[in-house]
Design a protein around this ligand. Structure first.
Ligand SMILES: Cc1ncc(COP(=O)(O)O)c(C=O)c1O
Length: 379
């Protein structure tokens, strides 16, 4: 007898048409993206420096594939470890100013594994309400007691820390917030961590490589502090895929024994560390970041009359309010030759559907001027 409740076609409640997430199969050619046979200027990529397409990265990856093959074949603790993963960890730690580094499969894997390894049900974690989903899920998986504070409201954080004592406590925050483009005050977070005796976990996926002193991210003045654990990713400024965790020698050694998302997951293929070593060299020159900063300044100057969220980063958000308005605006921009996605709940809070514009060093001034003209024509 068939039981209809266990028919997979009926398992999930239907999602209304206007809330449905959709894949958008596309090919990309530099800063252009082709969607449904239409070539658009891409303002929806986290490739902030345009490194995704850099010949130096491609050449390093091709050489590594020819030598080592495509996949790594196993987890790092079995046979998938590669000397270039160690070289990359060594160079990242030295550049960022930490004792040690661990490269893992992705930012999602880094965060869910890291918080699960650090915290259990006796731990109290204090989270910014706009933290990335990977941090939220890591906290959930760990079973820790969670306290959420309004976005960047450090007075409330302080009150929560005052009220909720426990032998193990961690403050958890994004660095650059991925949907709003604003920044955590990392110095203030660290001083709260010191005052209240907690750890601080900072995910600066969007800041490392393009923000802070020497583009070392928002933590550049406090990096290496014993209370600070930092996560970065290769999918954004580095133009690749994967992630890394930075901290003290003891922390990283502890993670090698406990990070389930590294222990039980296939290692990154050798092509990735080979290419990311090249990204690191290019990032250290600072040339591309200068172009990105000029692009951000031009964009802000040209959109002074628009109600953009405050942001000095490559992420610029124009709140539209309703889902329908955001979708309609995204379609108008698409008709004008730009790919700017509408971001809707549950990715962002209800009533804050928005256009999320991401700028890159690969955009020309002309492309930015054309986009800002189209944005101004929306209202
Ligand atoms: C702040 C932040 N952390 C982590 C991640 C996840 O990183 P990955 O794409 O490497 O899984 C993202 C988005 O990709 C992010 O925006």
């Amino acid at each position: 007898m068939s039981d209809t409740t266990h028919d997979s076609r009926q398992w999930f409640a239907p999602i209304p048409e206007d809330r449905r997430r959709r894949f958008a199969a596309s090919s990309q050619n530099g800063i252009h993206i082709t969607l449904a046979a239409q070539s658009l200027v891409n303002f929806a990529s986290n490739d902030y420096l345009g490194l995704r397409n850099h010949p130096q990265l491609k050449e390093a990856a091709i050489t590594a594939i020819q030598k080592d093959g495509m996949g790594s074949g196993a987890s790092r603790l079995i046979s998938g470890d590669h000397p270039q993963l160690h070289q990359l960890e060594h160079e990242l730690a030295a550049w960022k100013g930490y004792e040690s580094c661990l490269v893992v499969g992705s930012g999602m894997l880094a965060n869910i594994g890291l918080i699960q390894a650090l915290a259990d049900r006796h731990t109290h974690v204090f989270c910014d309400k706009l933290n990335h989903a990977s941090l939220v899920d890591g906290v959930r998986l760990s079973g820790a007691k969670t306290h959420r504070f309004s976005h960047r409201d450090y007075n409330t954080l302080s009150t929560l820390l005052e009220k909720n004592n426990a032998s193990k406590r961690i403050i958890v925050s994004d660095g650059v917030f991925s949907m709003d483009g604003d920044c955590a005050d990392v110095a203030q977070l660290l001083s709260l961590a010191e005052h209240y005796d907690t750890l601080l976990l900072l995910d600066d996926a969007h800041g490392i490589g393009c923000m802070g002193n020497n583009n070392r991210g928002l933590s550049s003045n406090i990096a290496g502090h014993g209370r600070l654990i930092e996560v970065g990713t290769f999918g954004k400024s580095f133009g690749g895929y994967g992630a890394f965790i930075l901290g003290t020698d003891e922390l990283i050694e502890g993670l090698k024994q406990r990070l389930r998302t590294m222990i039980y997951s296939t290692a990154l293929p050798a092509a990735m560390p080979a290419a990311m070593l090249e990204s690191l060299k290019l990032i250290q020159t600072g040339t591309l970041q200068k172009k990105l900063q000029d692009n951000v300044e031009l964009f802000r100057k040209q959109t002074i009359t628009l109600k953009l969220l405050p942001s000095e980063t490559a992420i610029q958000a124009l709140i539209m309010g309703s889902d329908g308005d955001a979708l309609a605006a995204a379609q108008t921009l698409r008709n004008a030759g730009f790919f700017v996605p509408a971001i809707r709940p549950p990715t962002v809070p209800e009533g804050t559907s928005r256009l999320r514009i991401t700028l890159s060093a690969a955009h020309s001034f002309e492309q930015i001027e054309h986009l800002t003209t189209a944005l101004k024509a929306l209202s």
